[in-house]
Design a protein. Structure first.
Length: 151
């Protein structure tokens, strides 16, 4: 049996924020939450050997796809570590946590940074709901049911 895997720290940003109104991007969100998690874990960022970033559809909401590239901005000591982006609709962040745990359990890495980030207030509610509808069977459900409605 494998040794236990622990979550050493966590950090989150305020969900009510509107980054677009603040003039910030998903890059800032990744950087801020990553720094908070490392500070909470009380570890040296040099100990982190890999990172996973969970996100659903940043490409359509922010025109930014390669989110793992922002990990070195969390801390310069993270430059050069392998990063991976996970996408699983509403479970994207959870999938990144699972991936990080598997890396540790498999003996690939001892410490992993996991970040989940969403910036979805970049367009009208109707357009945003349409983007979120990509998590459904869009080409079947959109014509049959009409506009997608998300809170």
């Amino acid at each position: 049996m494998n040794e236990p895997v622990y979550i050493l720290g966590g950090g989150r940003t305020d969900f009510k924020r509107n980054l677009k109104k603040e003039g910030k991007t998903i890059r800032d969100l990744i950087t801020e939450s990553g720094r908070k998690a490392i500070a909470d874990a009380k570890i040296d960022p040099a100990e982190i050997e890999a990172a996973a970033v969970g996100n659903f559809n940043a490409g359509q909401f922010t025109k930014q796809l390669h989110l793992g590239a922002f990990i070195p901005e969390v801390d310069p000591k993270l430059h050069g570590i392998p990063t991976m982006h996970t996408e699983a609709a509403c479970a994207s962040g959870s999938l990144s946590v699972l991936l990080g745990a598997q890396w540790v359990m498999g003996g690939f890495h001892d410490a992993v940074l996991v970040v989940g980030a969403e910036q979805q207030k970049t367009m009208s509610s109707l357009d945003g709901s349409d983007v979120l509808g990509a998590a459904a069977d869009y080409h079947i459900e959109k014509p049959e049911y009409g506009d997608f409605m998300f809170p």
